[in-house]
Design a protein around this ligand. Sequence first.
Ligand code: ATR
Length: 275
Amino acid sequence: MANELYAVVGNPISHSKSPRIHSLFACQTGEPVEYTAIQAPIDEFSGTVRHFFERGGKGLNVTVPFKEQAWTLADHRTPRAEKAGAANTLFLDQENELVADNTDGVGIVRDLQNNHGVALKGLKVLVLGAGGAVRGVIGPILAEQPAELTIANRTVAKAEALVRLFAKDAGATVLSACGFEAPDQPFDLIINGTSASLQGDLPPVSANVIGPATVVYDMMYSLQTTTFNQWALDHGAHRVHDGLGMLVEQAAESFFVWRGVRPETAPVIEELRTD
Ligand code: ATR
């Protein structure tokens, strides 16, 4: 069977690991998938998407800075994309209409639960940040029924807006918003979803949020320990994880959405760590 075409679209795109991840999935599953990277000009995202599907492309991943545009552009959105306000996965349905999905939230939950043995149910969770990346993961985290989910952000109004948006999905979870300075007790799990480290900063949260059993998860990934994870280790965190597993898990979920086949993620995560 001839290969079917998939790609990731972003700007910049040259550092994306998605082509490598999906090539490994294709190899492992025997699916006829060819996966490339496309750099769309900043003001030409929709034209790039249209052109890709017109020439027979089957599915796209979308990354920075186009995830919100992908969401707007789509004719239909899956419920999880609707709530996320952004899309990382696009495909055409049987009527040739563009569907937007978001697999980021499922990605972090699967990485925590399947790869790191962190079941979210009943945990006290602190999320740092309230931007697009955080909005994409709140719904799937709440679905696991943590005992508490506190969203702390530099701009408190943005954290409060997320709490309003997800209030109906909270169930028995105590969902709240605050500034970085407010949390002062240890949490079971701390997720850093800010982009502070891109500017060489740390979110100015008190080290009291870290106790001897605290697991810390930085949604960024890096070959070295991330700045935030190093800070957490220096203050006695039990374990730290970066977002590489989330990246592979969201990719696996996109692969499943497109192909109906679920690749194994553990060997791919291991392979990327040794690249
Ligand atoms: P992303 O798509 O990565 O989520 P974003 O929507 O721009 O990007 O959100 C970035 C997040 O990181 C926000 O929560 C932002 O805080 P504000 O909402 O107050 O802007 C946070 N952030 C960025 N730089 C930061 C810094 N230097 N210190 C603390 N928080 C920072």
